[in-house]
Design a protein around this ligand. Structure first.
Ligand code: UD1
Ligand code: MG
Length: 449
C-alpha cells in the first residue's frame, strides 16, 4: 500500500533562541528535519510534504537537497497541528493510501515503529503512536477503553483524572489520506489554547463509529527538541547508541566515548577506530580499515585495508581504494586515490586522481585553485612525487614519472619522465663562515656603542 508523509516543521522553536529555524539545527551532523525524513524512508513514501513557516525558504533548501521530489507547503500562521496538516491537503490530493504525520523536531522515531503503525492499520482506521511517560508533563493524554483509543485530551483541557493518565501522545499518527483530511476539516478551535488540535480527529473518528488504535514505543523515541539543552542531551543519547551499535557490529573502538558519529556513518566489521575521531555526514569505512587518532572524515569512502591518520582530514569526495595510506596532517578533498597509493605526510590533495601505488612525498600540494576556478591534477600509477612538489593544476604527471623535491610543476610530465622545476643550487666555498663572522662582528660592535 502506498504511503505519503506530512512532516510538521512550521513552529518557530523560540526556545532555541536562534536565528536559524529549529529543524535545521544539527543532530549527529544532520539537520533535525532530515532525521524524521530518513526514518520514514523505509516506508518508501510516494509523496513527502513538509509544512514550513518560520525560515521556510531555508528549510525548503535543506529538505529538497535531501529529496528533490519533496513538496514544501507553507503555513503562514501557526494555528495548531490540525491547521498545519491541512496545509498539505493540496500537495497530497489524489494520493492513494495512507498518510503518516511526523514532527520535524522529533528525530528518534525508529523505522520499525512506523512499520508497526502501518501494520496496525489493518485493524484500525486511525493509528496513533503513544508512549508511557515517566513524567507525563504537558503531553496530550490518550484516553483508552481496553485497547481502543477513544480520544486524546490536551493537557491544558484535561481534568484532574485525565491528567493522571500516563499514556501520552507522541504526535505521530497515520490514517487513510482522504479520511484524514475529511476529519481535519471538522476540527474546530474551541479549546483552552484556541488552536486547531490534530488530536481532535480521534474523537471525531470515534463519533463516526470508526476505530482508533494505539501503537506504543519507548519514550526515548518520541523525544522532541525544544531547547539547546535538549539538543545537547539528544546528541549524547545518539552518540551513546551509535557507539554501542558499532561495537555490536564488530568494529573496534579503542576509546568509544571519544568517537563522534554522524547519523549515516557506516563502518565495516573489523575496522579499527582510534580515539578522538570525528565522522561528519556521508562516511563509509570498509572492513579492516584503520582510522587513527584525531582524524576528521566527512563525505569520504575508505576501502578495506586503508590506513588513515593520525591527524588526517578527509573531506567530501575523498575516495580511498584498498590499502591506501593517508598519514598525518594530510587533507584530501574530491580526490580518488587508487589502490596502495601513499600520501603520508603534510600534504593537500584536492580535485585529483592519484594512480595505484603512487607515492606523494611530504608536503606535496595540488594547487587546485586559481582564485576563481578549480582545476584537476592527474597523477599516474606508480609515479613518485618528490617532497614539497607544487602541482599547479591543471596538470598531469604520467605513470611511473618522477618529480624532484621542491619542484613547481606547471607543465604535464610524460610517463616515465623526470621533471625538475626548481632553481639550480649554487655553492660558494667558505662563504658561509665568512658571512657569519661578519654578522657577529657587527653585533659585537653595536654592543659596545
Ligand atoms: C503536540 C500534541 C500533543 C502531544 C505533543 C507531543 C496537538 C494538539 N498536541 O502538542 O498531544 O503530546 O505534541 O510532543 O497536536 N506545528 C506546526 N504548526 C502549528 C503547530 C505546530 O508546524 O501550527 C509543529 C511544531 O513545529 C512541532 C509540532 O507541530 O514540530 C508539534 O507542535 P507543538 O506546538 O510542539 O505541540 P504540543 O503542544 O507539544
Ligand atoms: Mg511540543
Amino acid at each position: 500500500m502506498s504511503v505519503s508523509l506530512v512532516i510538521l516543521a512550521a513552529g518557530q522553536g523560540s526556545r532555541m533562541l536562534s536565528d536559524m529555524p529549529k529543524v535545521l539545527h544539527l543532530l549527529a551532523g544532520v539537520p533535525l528535519v532530515l532525521h524524521a525524513m530518513r526514518a520514514a524512508r523505509t516506508l518508501e513514501p510516494a509523496r513527502v510534504a513538509v509544512v514550513t513557516g518560520h525560515g521556510g525558504a531555508q528549510v525548503a533548501q535543506v529538505v529538497q537537497a535531501e529529496d528533490d521530489t519533496a513538496i514544501i507547503v507553507t503555513q503562514s500562521e501557526q494555528l495548531g497541528t490540525a491547521h498545519a496538516v491541512a496545509q498539505a491537503r493540496a500537495a497530497l490530493e489524489g494520493q492513494a493510501g495512507d498518510v503518516v504525520v511526523l514532527y520535524g523536531d522529533t528525530p528518534f522515531i525508529r523505522p520499525e515503529t512506523l512499520q508497526a503503525m502501518l501494520a496496525a492499520r489493518a485493524s484500525h482506521d486511525l493509528v496513533v503512536l503513544g508512549f508511557d511517560a515517566a513524567d507525563p508533563g504537558r503531553y496530550g493524554r490518550l484516553v483508552t477503553d481496553g485497547d481502543r483509543l477513544e480520544r486524546i485530551v490536551e493537557f491544558k483541557d484535561a481534568t484532574g483524572a485525565e491528567r493522571a493518565i500516563t499514556l501520552c501522545n507522541s504526535g505521530v499518527l497515520c490514517a487513510d489520506r482522504a479520511l484524514l483530511f475529511d476529519l481535519i476539516s471538522e476540527v474546530g478551535n474551541d479549546n483552552a489554547a484556541g488552536e486547531y488540535y490534530l488530536t481532535d480527529i480521534v474523537a471525531l473518528a470515534r463519533a463516526r463509529g470508526l476505530s482508533a488504535g494505539v501503537v506504543r514505543c519507548a519514550e526515548a523515541e518520541t523525544l522532541g527538541i525544544n531547547t539547546r539543552a535538549e539538543l545537547a542531551s539528544a546528541e549524547a543519547a545518539f552518540q551513546a547508541r551509535a557507539r554501542a551499535e558499532a561495537l555490536e557490529n564488530g568494529v573496534t573502538l579503542s576509546a568509544p566515548e571519544t568517537v563522534i558519529f554522524a547519523q549515516d556513518t557506516v563502518i565495516g566489521r573489523d575496522a579499527l577506530v582510534e580515539p578522538y575521531v570525528v565522522f561528519g555526514p556521508g562516511v563509509t569505512v570498509e572492513s579492516g580499515a584503520t582510522i587513527r587518532a584525531f582524524s576528521h572524515l566527512e563525505g569520504a569512502h575508505v576501502s578495506r585495508g586503508a590506513i588513515v591518520g593520525p591527524y588526517a582530514r578527509l573531506r567530501p569526495g575523498a575516495e580511498l581504494a584498498e590499502d591506501v595510506r593517508i598519514g598525518n596532517f594530510v587533507e584530501v578533498k574530491a580526490a580518488q586515490i587508487d589502490e596502495g597509493a601513499k600520501v603520508n605526510h603534510l600534504s593537500y590533495v584536492g580535485d585529483a586522481h592519484v594512480g595505484a601505488g603512487a607515492n606523494l612525498g611530504a608536503g606535496t600540494v595540488t594547487c587546485n585553485y586559481d582564485g576563481v576556478f578549480k582545476h584537476r591534477t592527474e597523477i599516474g600509477a606508480g609515479a613518485f612525487i618528490g617532497s614539497s612538489t607544487m602541482l599547479v593544476a591543471p596538470v598531469r604527471v604520467g605513470a611511473g614519472a618522477v618529480t624532484g623535491s621542491g619542484s613547481v610543476i606547471t607543465q604535464d610530465v610524460a610517463d616515465g619522465a623526470l621533471a625538475l622545476g626548481r632553481a639550480r643550487q649554487e655553492t660558494r666555498p667558505g662563504l658561509g663562515r665568512r658571512l657569519m663572522d661578519r654578522l657577529r662582528a657587527t653585533k659585537a660592535a653595536r654592543g659596545k656603542g
